[in-house]
Every structure is written in C-alpha cells, then in structure tokens.
Write a protein that binds this ligand. Structure first.
Ligand code: HEM
Length: 115
C-alpha cells in the first residue's frame, strides 16, 4: 500500500504523521487489527469519544452510520474534497468503514440547550 501525501497537505499535520501512518504500515493485512488501528487513527483528529480535538475536524460522535459511510465513500471517490481524509478513506476497506460507522454511531450524545 503506497500512500502519497503532498508536503503542503501534511504541513499542518506534520506532527501527527507518525501517529497517522504507523498503524497502516504495521497492520495493513489484518482486518481486526486494521479496524482497531483505524479507530486509533480516527481518534487523533476526531477524539476517542468522537468529539473532535481539531478546530477544522467535525465531531463524529453519534453520527448516523449511513451518513458516515456516505461521507467516507465520497472522500474515497473524490466527490467530497479533503486531502487528508481522501488518503485515509482510500486506505480503508468498505468493511473497516462500516465498522467505524457503527462504532461512531454507537456513541451516545446528550445535549444541553443554551439558556
Ligand atoms: C480512520 C480514520 C478517520 C475516519 C474514519 C474519519 C472520518 C471522518 C468523517 C466521517 C468525516 C465527515 C464528517 C462530517 O461530514 O460530519 C471526516 C471529516 C474530516 N476529518 Fe476525518 N476521519 C479519520 C481520520 C482523520 C484524521 C487522522 C484527520 C486529521 C489528520 C481527520 C480530519 C478530518 C477533517 C479536517 C475533516 C473535515 C473535512 C471536510 O471539510 O470535508 N480525519 N472524517
């Protein structure tokens, strides 16, 4: 699996690069490990609890699995443009995307309306 990331794209993520690429390199052929490691990659920007830790990355907690999968497929086929997400989506199998969709969708979200 060859991942090509342009320097301009990764500049903001340079510190994250080892965190992002390592799991892919180590476990590319093991779906179970891939699922787990894909979640670990997701957590770098979208947070382990599905609440994003980056100002420009959306929260994934509680997202309907159908919407999540549609967005990942759109990044994969280029219908939705984001270089970092395109690289990540293209490196995931449909099964891994489905598992991540269920994983994020299963996070319970409670809201408090502002007074
Ligand atoms: C397996 C790993 C990942 C998964 C499954 C994932 C999933 C997603 C999904 C479903 C969206 C669309 C959300 C929406 O429309 O509300 C999204 C957007 C985004 N993600 Fe990720 N993500 C992953 C890793 C990352 C990483 C590592 C980064 C940072 C380097 C990142 C940064 C972003 C950004 C900036 C957006 C918004 C892009 C846009 O405007 O279209 N994601 N991600």
């Amino acid at each position: 699996m060859r991942i090509r990331i342009s320097p301009q794209t990764m500049k903001p993520y340079a510190l994250l690069l080892p965190l992002i690429l390592l799991p892919f390199a180590a476990h590319a052929r093991d779906p179970v490990a891939g699922k787990t490691n894909a979640a670990r990659v997701r957590n770098v920007c979208h947070g382990a609890n599905g609440l994003s830790s980056l100002p420009n990355a959306p929260h994934l907690a509680g997202q309907p699995a159908i919407y999540f999968t549609e967005q990942m497929k759109a990044y994969k086929n280029g219908n939705r443009k984001n270089e970092a997400m395109a690289v990540i989506a293209k490196s995931l199998t449909d099964a891994e995307i489905d598992n991540l969709a269920v994983l994020s969708g299963s996070i319970k979200v409670t809201v408090e309306m502002s007074k």
